[in-house]
Design a protein around this ligand. Structure first.
Ligand code: ATP
Length: 267
């Protein structure tokens, strides 16, 4: 699906959010287009998770506006709000599975909260969601403590997909995975986005994920979204933080340059 910039699924304007006397975001604005994967980056503590949690209504907004799927979040009554919540899924940092529930029960949790389905149908749907993220029936009755980090992320993704959402919010989906597991997870996200037509808002520190799956990247700094654009924009930016993040020694560009220097030094 080609992202349509004229059809923003999420529109954040002049957002102010904070805790006590501290403002974490102060005038943050951002659009996420239908069908795109937008990566959100920024220094640790810049407010990426806070932005994501404020968009989905888990943290209060002190100012500005948030529109999701054309609806102003501040004007929704309880019923309309629940109806809107059914149209997105969230994968929280570290998966955030319920430790006392099995994998299948975790996936069924949003179904129990928002739908009235028979037990049999819920079982069928949950197994299908687990298969969709590459897990077979053998994990169904395992609890999170019995699963690997990669499996936990997949179960959390299956839970985020439980209600057939239009938008998926992912908070550091590849953190803690080895490079192969992270690449597989990136591919899974990209495949799901393309086959299901999802819009994806993804908080990440993973430069490989940004390169592999994101259509655009939003950079949070100084309590605002300072730049949004494709990777080419990030690589061309002269902003000091963006430059050191995307072209520093741990980036592909930096690594390639370092490698060239090393080869030159040897020869
Ligand atoms: N519940 C909370 N109560 C008080 N302060 C909070 C709370 N949640 C987040 N913060 C503060 O808000 C700021 C932004 O936090 P946030 O988790 O959004 O950062 P982040 O950009 O996602 O960082 P990281 O990349 O390290 O996960 C931090 O200073 C953090 O301490």
């Amino acid at each position: 699906m080609t992202p349509d910039p004229d059809d923003p699924v999420i529109s954040v304007r002049d957002l102010v959010t904070g805790f006590g006397d501290t403002r974490v975001l102060d005038g943050a604005s951002l659009d996420v287009a239908r069908g795109e994967i937008l990566g959100c980056v920024g220094a640790s503590g810049a407010g990426k998770s806070v932005l994501m949690r404020t968009i989905v209504g888990l943290l209060p907004r002190r100012g500005g506006s948030i529109r999701v799927l054309g609806q102003d979040m501040a004007r929704l009554g309880m019923g309309a709000r629940r109806a809107l919540e059914r149209r997105w899924g969230v994968l929280f940092q570290h998966g955030a599975l319920f430790s006392s529930l099995s994998a299948i029960q975790n996936v069924q949790f949003p179904m129990r909260e928002y739908l009235r389905l028979s037990r049999r149908l819920m079982d069928e749907v949950a197994v299908a969601k687990l298969e969709m993220v590459g897990l077979d029936a053998s994990v169904c009755h395992k609890r999170p403590a019995e699963l690997s980090g990669g499996m936990i992320k997949r179960v959390a993704l299956a839970r985020a997909l439980a209600l057939d959402p239009e938008i998926v919010f992912l908070d550091e989906p590849t953190s803690g995975l080895d490079p192969i597991g992270a690449a597989e997870f990136d591919l899974l996200i990209k495949t799901l986005q393309q086959t299901l037509g999802l819009t994806v808002f993804m908080v990440t520190h993973d430069l490989d994920s940004l390169h592999a799956v994101c259509d655009r990247v939003a950079v949070l700094a100084d309590r605002k979204v300072i730049t949004v654009g494709p990777m080419a924009t990030m690589l061309a930016s002269d902003h000091p933080w963006i430059r050191s993040y995307f072209r520093g020694t741990r980036s592909r560009v930096g690594a390639a340059t370092g490698a060239v220097r090393a080869v030159r030094a040897v020869s």
